[in-house]
Ligand binder design. Structure first.
Ligand SMILES: [Zn+2]
Length: 263
């Protein structure tokens, strides 16, 4: 590798760490307090003591403190470490695989939003509107950058129909379950997430993603259903299966659809 590429990769790795650190703050704060999200200083979630700058350096501080708060010695979630690391690696990965810097930054933001949605939904069973609406916005403007490597749609109409289809399919499921069985099958957060993905990938992706998300969701609760800790009516976060299914569509969707059409 020539020196320039090494320089770019190092720079993006460090920037990725900072973005990952910021994502950690949002993962913690978005489900609760909306005030001071961007300005408030970091503090220990157990003893509430303000964290000094030298204990707030991505990756390094976690290792230096051996994953414990300097003040109260309570265990800090390894999530902080891994989100920073994954964010840094993905930034470098995108840079190596994509052509222009603008595209790299665009997809890094998309990736981080999806990562935040997965982690928040798994813990709190919600998807914050701030993340969904940002994703919808990015998915729509994505259609206007024709120079991007990943232009999923032939034309703008496919994208618009995809977004609307994504929303109304899940909205209908929520509505029907509520009317017929009086249960909350899914949340509107799932509908908004599906809207964003529909805008990204076009309407063909909507049945595909929902089908695979249902299978992934079912597989993920099977072990605890066998142990009788959960039933089919237990609430499960549907955001992570939707995102996993969207990844399947992104990497292998066309091949799978062609396979299904042939057989
Ligand atoms: Zn503490």
């Amino acid at each position: 590798m020539d020196q320039q590429i090494i320089f770019h990769c190092t720079f993006l790795f460090l920037l990725g760490l900072i973005l990952g650190s910021f994502a950690n703050v949002l993962i913690y704060r978005l489900p609760f307090d909306k005030k001071g999200i961007l300005t408030g200083r970091s503090f220990c979630i157990f003893c509430k003591k303000k964290i000094q700058w030298f204990d707030n350096i991505p990756l390094v501080s976690f290792l230096n403190l051996v994953g414990k708060c300097r003040n109260c010695k309570k265990k800090i979630s390894p999530r902080y470490f891994f989100v920073e690391l994954i964010s840094a690696i993905s930034f470098v990965f995108l840079f190596i695989n994509l052509d222009n810097y603008f595209e790299v930054i665009f997809y890094q933001i998309v990736f981080l939003i999806l990562l935040m949605i997965i982690l928040i939904d798994l813990k709190h069973f919600i998807i914050p509107d701030e993340l969904n609406f940002t994703l919808i916005f990015l998915a729509i403007i994505h259609n206007f950058f024709t120079e991007f490597n990943f232009s999923f749609n032939e034309d703008l109409n496919q994208s618009i129909i995809g977004g609307l289809a994504g929303f109304f399919v899940i909205w209908s499921i929520i509505f029907l379950y509520d009317k017929l069985k009086n249960v909350e099958a899914m949340g509107l957060g799932d509908a908004k997430l599906m809207t964003a993905l529909g805008f990204f990938f076009g309407w063909q992706s909507v049945p595909f993603i929902l089908f695979f998300a249902s299978i992934i969701g079912l597989i993920s609760v099977l072990p605890s259903m066998i142990n009788k800790q959960k039933t089919l009516r237990t609430e499960i976060p549907f955001g992570p299966p939707i995102i996993c299914a969207a990844c399947v569509y992104f990497f292998k969707g066309q091949q799978i659809i062609e396979f299904l059409i042939v057989y």
